[in-house]
Design a protein around this ligand. Structure first.
Ligand code: ZN
Ligand code: ZN
Ligand code: ZN
Length: 84
């Protein structure tokens, strides 16, 4: 099944960094955590889900992205961050 990132229109998986760099939590804008910057080491130079290279921003709804507010996985936490 082919997925597409609606933030940057890349077909997924994609090596190119996503163009979205910020998450909004209520009125707070917080920089996103790039692949390779999380404490957990995925053991690979490309994101296992969205495919970006180390140092790049994940694509929409990537299951490997970390929430910068709580440090948990973004798609599992309750912070309700919104891509900006
Ligand atoms: Zn990713
Ligand atoms: Zn994207
Ligand atoms: Zn969170």
């Amino acid at each position: 099944m082919k997925k597409k990132c609606s933030l940057c229109n890349e077909k997924l998986p994609a090596m190119e960094s996503c163009t979205c760099r910020t998450l909004r939590y209520g009125s707070d804008y917080v920089p996103r955590i790039r692949f390779g910057d999380e404490e957990y080491n995925w053991g690979t130079r490309r994101c296992p889900d969205c495919g970006v290279l180390s140092g790049s921003y994940h694509h929409e709804n990537c299951i490997c992205e970390i929430c910068p507010m709580c440090g948990e996985l973004l798609n599992q936490c309750d912070c309700e961050g919104i891509y900006e």
